[in-house]
Design a protein around this ligand. Structure first.
Ligand SMILES: Cc1ncc(COP(=O)(O)O)c(C=O)c1O
Length: 468
């Protein structure tokens, strides 16, 4: 089959923006849009006509299908009241499991390994806490040849044998806050036992450094990494990291916030132990929408660190026993009543992504970011691309680095180009595949070029501490 996006790839491969027929990027963009099998999907998302929305890696837009599933639940609430838990179609009672089923194929998992609930940060608390408890109970993975713990961790409080969690210095801060708190709650000193892989270039994490940390420290019980870094967009080799963790006798957990819904994953095949992600970014389920998590089947039946009645075995949940029997699925890591109105849009938004197909979305996303990077290389000499260029290491957005990135992002927003700024010098541009055209990408680069050439960004003040 012909690759409809090959001109974008060729442009990035150094053949220039045009081809023998034309060297005009507008012609190239039009050709790419004409050939794009997903171009019709944009009409089903609500992005204002005068906006170029490049911030779907922070908050995805509403779609017709997401609004329809939300409206349906609002109607059910009005019409059915409490009986909606059992009589709505489908019943609210199983909403978290049902949405888990819908998400599972996007991450390469079985239905009962994925559930929605809580938020990313809460899910990190409960999952990292659960697996720390397993380590402390001596139930961790095999650790042959590791002196500190060959399957036997000492009770907490002994710095020589307490388990450590391996993270990296470019992580999203909330992950570190939560993991530190979980270590502290077990009497483990986070200053000692949160081991942080440094970045060589301030943008990316080299997987060899994760492996080196595992070789250097025999106390690492959990490796916690992102699937994609929030600032540079570097995509991690999940299978490689999971294999390295297991070889060292550690669990492998991932924060998939910046790839779920944009990049297909194979969590089961890769041997991932547990993972979390949100649904408000590439899954387009709305602001503050419900979180999602994965727990590999081999770990089902464990008692979650943050247990609650909604994670109880479903068949007996309403017997109201004082003792907790965890559901024999990832559903056990739910805590309280699922927020129906924060879950409802996900049903419709996932339906649309599944109709487009995650593999096709990824293919288009790579072509869009190829095109963007080629245009930046060609037209914006003062802007550096902070995102890896090879496809295997590139997530869904591109980090454009400029010393005046904050002002540049403000100037872009004033011109209807919605991007975001991440300190110290990054403008994140996310041409999300379901609703972005190649012509949109060209327009963004035109706007950046016009702003930088005219110095229009220089009149903007920097915003210390606001939401960007
Ligand atoms: C990579 C990553 N991890 C964690 C979080 C925190 O998520 P939440 O606020 O849903 O807990 C975010 C939020 O954007 C994120 O991007």
């Amino acid at each position: 089959m012909d690759d409809p996006y090959s001109p974008a790839r060729d442009a990035l491969a150094g053949e220039g923006l045009g081809d023998e027929e034309s060297s005009d990027p507008a012609v190239l963009a039009a050709r790419l849009d004409d050939a794009d099998p997903l171009s019709e999907f944009a009409d089903r998302y609500h992005v204002p006509d005068d906006a170029l929305y490049m911030d779907g890696n922070s908050l995805g837009p509403a779609s017709d299908t997401a609004l329809a599933s939300l409206d349906r639940v609002v109607d059910e609430w009005r019409d059915l009241l409490i009986s909606g838990w059992t009589d709505a179609e489908p019943p609210w009672f199983e909403v978290a499991e049902r949405l888990g089923d819908a998400l599972a194929p996007l991450v390469g998992a079985e239905s009962d390994e994925v559930v929605v609930g809580n938020s990313i940060t809460v899910n990190i608390h409960t999952l990292v806490g659960t697996f720390l408890d397993e380590l402390l109970a001596g139930n961790g993975p095999e650790r042959e040849g590791f002196a500190a713990a060959d399957g036997e961790w000492a009770p907490s409080g002994d710095p020589d044998t307490d388990p450590a969690v391996l993270v990296n210095e470019l992580d999203f801060p909330s992950d570190h806050y939560a993991i530190r708190a979980q270590l502290r709650q077990r009497g483990i000193d986070p200053d000692e036992k949160l081991r942080v892989v440094p970045s060589r270039d301030g943008r990316t994490i080299d997987p060899r450094d994760v492996e080196a940390a595992l070789a250097a420290h025999d106390d690492i019980g959990i490796v916690w990494m992102p699937t994609a870094l929030y600032r540079s967009g570097q995509l991690f080799d999940v299978e490689r990291i999971a294999a390295a963790a297991h070889e060292a006798g550690a669990y492998a957990g991932f924060d998939a916030a910046h790839s779920a819904g944009a990049v297909p994953h194979e969590f089961d095949e890769a041997g991932v132990d547990f993972a979390v992600w949100c649904t408000y970014k590439y899954l387009n389920a709305g602001p503050g929408s419900i979180g999602a998590l994965f727990v590999a089947e081999r770990h089902h039946g464990l008692t979650p660190a943050l247990a609650g009645w909604w994670g109880h075995e479903k068949a007996t949940q309403f017997e109201m026993n004082m003792t907790y029997t965890p559901a024999d699925s990832a559903g056990a890591w739910q805590i309280g009543t699922p927020p129906l109105l924060s879950a409802a849009p996900l049903e419709g938004s996932v339906e649309l992504l599944r109709e487009a197909g995650i593999e096709r979305l990824r293919e288009k996303s790579l072509a869009l970011t190829d095109f963007l990077i080629a245009l930046v290389d060609d037209r914006l000499p003062e802007v550096a691309v902070g995102t890896p260029r090879d496809h295997a290491s590139r997530g869904g957005h591109v980090a454009l680095e400029h010393p005046d990135a904050e002002r540049l992002s403000e100037a872009l927003k004033d011109r209807g180009v919605v991007v975001d700024f991440r300190p110290p010098n990054v403008v994140r541009v996310c041409p999300a595949a379901p609703y972005t055209s190649f012509a949109d990408v060209l327009e963004v680069v035109d706007e950046i070029e016009a702003i930088l050439d005219s110095g229009a960004h220089e009149k903007y003040a920097t915003n210390e501490g606001g939401v960007t």
